[in-house]
Design a protein around this ligand. Structure first.
Ligand SMILES: C[S@@+](CC[C@H](N)C(=O)[O-])C[C@H]1O[C@@H](n2cnc3c(N)ncnc32)[C@H](O)[C@@H]1O
Length: 226
């Protein structure tokens, strides 16, 4: 069983750099499906919103949001991923660290952490830091959209009930890497708790009850500030 403590940020970023071309190719190959998945999300975003995507990867989400008319910035900490986005014409994906965002507070109407960006970040403190940064750059009346892998409805539950972390490289023949990749699954209650700890409140679930992903909208308003 993978021990989270044994995978640090640097290792994880090297792992992501290795799989960047194949990962991005796979995401773009299913762009229409991703677009359908994003439909309920897009319906909840006010027109002309300024949107930030944390962990934009090969840029497929940014491209769909731009097509829908939003002003979008995507950030990714792995330069190889930024290159994948840029070479597909998505120039609004830039190199930046979600744990230390280069934007002032209250900059965005909407922040998204989509396609399981939070789960692969090793270390509870690092995941907390990313969520705190999301909250900091989000306007007080803004919305945060997050999708993570669903612990409750994962096949891993059957394979190993206690094991909700895994090495990507042991799971997918396609994402072959010499490095170990880390991932974390969430339950709905757990996800709400980590979001509350980062300053979000008032959650709405968009995904069906036993979907492979949990999708939540969180309100950016500070507690007691409604
Ligand atoms: C699972 S991929 C999702 C990509 C994209 N959102 C999508 O749905 O296609 C997660 C991405 O988050 C990026 N990432 C991981 N840690 C990050 C950090 N600290 N700051 C910014 N991006 C990060 C990874 O490099 C990777 O490209």
């Amino acid at each position: 069983m993978i021990n989270e403590e044994n995978v640090n940020l640097k290792d994880q970023y090297s792992f992501i750099a290795e799989i960047a071309p194949v990962y991005s190719k796979d995401r773009w190959a299913i762009r229409d499906k991703v677009k359908r998945e994003l439909r309920p999300v897009i319906q909840n975003i006010p027109p002309k919103s300024k949107v930030l995507e944390l962990g934009a990867g090969g840029g497929v989400i940014v491209s769909i949001l731009e097509e829908a008319g939003f002003e979008v910035t995507g950030v990714d900490v792995v330069p190889e991923m930024v290159l994948e986005a840029n070479k597909r014409g998505v120039q609004s994906v830039i190199h930046a660290d979600g744990l230390a965002l280069p934007f002032p507070e209250n900059s965005f109407d909407v922040v998204m952490s989509w396609g399981n960006t939070l789960g692969p970040i090793p270390g509870e403190d690092n995941r907390h830091q990313m969520l705190k940064e999301a909250r900091r750059v989000l306007k007080d009346d803004g919305l945060f959209f997050i999708s993570v892998l669903n612990k409750g409805c994962s096949a891993r539950r059957v394979i190993g009930p206690k094991e909700y972390t895994f090495h990507y490289s042991s799971r997918s023949d396609k994402w072959v890497s010499s490095k170990k990749g880390f991932n974390r699954f969430y339950g709905v209650g757990e996800l709400k708790n980590v979001l509350k700890a980062a300053g979000f409140q008032r959650f709405r679930r968009l995904s069906p009850r036993c979907d492979a992903s949990i999708v939540l909208i969180a309100d950016g308003k500070k507690a007691g500030n409604q």
